[in-house]
Design a protein around this ligand. Structure first.
Ligand code: IPM
Ligand code: MG
Length: 359
């Protein structure tokens, strides 16, 4: 089992170190190799996704990723910005299926900005298409406006597009995931305005014919944004395109009150995957030892389950995380009165201790 470890920037290095520690405490053998990515790689090699890092990722069974980005790179040309590393990895590895669970942990119900009764027991799964849509559509760029009222004026444009096979494969992923859960899929689109998403809706409806045991509902993205804060527990699996998924998954994460708890997985057709916390590089708290490593530790659990075929080890890690929460240990982001505040390392150590206690 070969794991490429790409900590990246900001808190990335601190939280990935804890996840590596947790993996090392399992009675499993991994070959782990670390490489620079994002701003850190730009500093050292002049590129956010150096050829050597990409190659390591391609040859691994799974990638454990921290986070990339820092405001100080905002002025760089787009191709050199840290975010290009994650976009490049998604594209080059064909990681089209992004799983973003939003789970409200019992002990953290009060951390949500919504009323506890709206989020208690929340367990939704956002499946975001990750290699298509306006994120990657060509052409894009700047030009003189070719027509309309502002003809000749400078303008910028991007292209929203989805091909039938791209929609079909993500729809299959969603229906199959729903089968193992609440058997309901909400496909989020903007079919009332966009050609791309009318097509999306049509294709998802066609694929649904193969899954009569799963309920399918269609929802416009603006309504979905509203329903997520009104009655989030009505959702089970949400499937949507790259851009809507980007936005809705942040919204869903916040419902749980603890983005520092949420893992994610991005898979290709060969089940090779990239695993990363749903949160970013948080440069404001980097190096202080206060970041919450649990989202990364839980991402490592997803890695064991989806790419490395070690479901028992994944269960063990998830149980250990539940245990440390039950013990009352909290990093600053999820701290509340009556609990014990710990730092990044202490949290990682506590998970390792619980793992060992499981025998
Ligand atoms: C995410 C992030 C990325 C995205 C950025 C860092 C490119 O927001 O993974 O959700 O937009 O996909
Ligand atoms: Mg995002």
């Amino acid at each position: 089992m070969k794991i490429a470890v790409l900590p990246g920037d900001g808190i990335g290095t601190e939280i990935v170190a804890e996840a590596v520690k947790v993996l090392g405490a399992l009675d499993l053998r991994f070959e782990m190799e670390q490489a620079l990515v994002g701003g850190a790689a730009y500093e050292a090699h002049g590129h956010p996704l150096p050829e050597s890092t990409l190659k390591l990722a391609q040859q691994a069974d799974a990638v454990l990723f921290g986070a990339v980005g820092d405001w100080k790179y905002d002025k760089l040309e787009r191709a050199l910005r840290p975010e290009q590393a994650i976009l490049g990895l998604r594209k080059h590895l064909g990681l089209f299926a992004n799983f973003r669970p939003a789970i409200c942990y019992e002990q953290l119900t009060h951390a949500s900005s919504l009323k506890p009764e709206l989020v208690a027991g929340l367990d939704i799964l956002i499946i975001r298409e990750l290699t298509g849509d306006i994120y990657f559509g060509q052409p894009r760029g700047r030009r003189a406006s070719p027509d309309g009222a502002f003809q000749g004026a400078p303008e910028a444009f991007d292209t929203m597009r989805y091909s039938r096979p791209e929609i079909e494969r993500i729809a299959h992923v969603a229906f199959q995931a729903a089968r193992k859960r609440g058997k309901k899929v909400t496909s989020v689109d903007k079919a009332n305005v966009l050609e791309t998403f009318q097509f999306w809706k049509d294709v998802v409806t066609e694929v649904h014919a193969q899954y009569p045991d799963v309920e399918l509902e269609h929802m416009y993205v603006d309504n979905a944004a509203m329903q997520l804060v009104k009655a989030p527990k009505k959702f089970d699996v949400i499937v949507t395109g790259n851009m809507f998924g980007d936005i809705l998954s942040d919204e869903a994460a916040m419902l749980t009150g603890s983005i520092g708890m949420l893992p994610s997985a991005s898979l290709n057709e060969r089940k090779q995957g990239l695993y990363e916390p749903s949160h970013g590089s948080a440069p404001d708290i980097a190096g202080k030892g206060v970041a919450n490593p649990l989202a990364t530790i839980l991402s490592a659990a997803m890695m064991l389950r989806f790419s490395l075929d070690q479901p028992e080890a994944a269960d063990r890690i998830e149980r250990a995380v539940q245990d440390v929460l039950a013990q009352g240990l909290r990093t600053a982001d999820i701290f509340s009165e009556g609990t014990t505040r710990v730092g990044t390392k202490e949290m990682g150590d506590a998970v390792v201790a619980r793992l060992k206690a499981q025998g």
